[in-house]
Design a protein around this ligand. Structure first.
Ligand SMILES: [Zn+2]
Ligand SMILES: [Zn+2]
Length: 221
């Protein structure tokens, strides 16, 4: 049941979008916090677990995850880490964005089945992403139907990944490989969020505080 929470966090993002439309800096803090938190649970929980049986292969799978996310970025234009650029003159369903977000989200569904801290990291990470997608779709004048269809389909992808991890028997042999790939995906997304949060190199105390808070909370939970 808890594995449906990433679905709920997308819906939450959709409904919070109205509030954050007026509060751009609040959204930036939420994004920074989510990046710091996700990076921390990846380093504190997933990485040690992945190397419990040390092997070069694990490193290779993590690298594959980073490379995969770099490729997905070409199609999503950065939606996984917090900004969207689509063809402004088209209100058609954005298939490339949808496909890349879906692959990303299905992979995220695997590690959350075994670790609740990572589940929490993914839930928190999805809220600002859903807000950003909703705000973008509104601004680009997509119909409410298209926006909602997109978000609902996008929202079921992580629970779908969790379902596959638990019930698709032949995948059982590949779980540690897929979890290592997801570490690479998280490392890329979370570090990009942190990197882009200080893009203009302007010192922002509140943002710095939200990042430290994200790390501390992840450490102590
Ligand atoms: Zn970017
Ligand atoms: Zn994600």
């Amino acid at each position: 049941m808890v594995l449906l929470l990433p679905f709920v966090s997308i819906l939450l993002g959709y409904f919070l979008a109205r509030y954050f439309a007026q509060n751009e800096s609040g959204l930036a803090y939420l994004l920074s916090f989510s990046g710091a938190f996700l990076l921390s649970v990846t380093l504190f929980e997933m990485l040690p677990e992945a190397f419990e049986t040390p092997s070069r292969k694990i490193g290779m799978f993590i690298m594959s995850g980073i490379l995969l996310q770099i490729i997905l970025d070409f199609f999503s234009k950065g939606a996984e880490h917090g900004h969207v650029h689509l063809n402004k003159h088209s209100q058609n369903f954005p298939w490339l964005l949808f496909l890349s977000l879906s692959i990303h989200s299905i992979i995220e569904g695997f590690p959350v089945t075994t670790n609740h801290d990572i589940l929490l990291g993914v839930i928190i990470h999805k809220i600002p992403i859903a807000i950003i997608l909703t705000l973008y779709f509104r601004k680009a004048k997509f119909s409410t139907l298209t926006t909602l269809t997109f978000l609902l389909l996008f929202a079921i992808m992580t629970p779908l990944g969790s379902f596959m991890a638990e019930y698709v028997l032949f995948l059982r042999n590949y779980l540690s490989a897929i979890n290592a790939v997801s570490i690479g995906v998280f490392l890329h997304v979370a570090t990009t969020i942190l990197f882009e949060s200080s893009k203009d190199h302007k010192f922002n105390f509140t943002k710095l505080l939200t990042i430290f808070l994200g790390v501390l909370i992840a450490y102590f939970i």
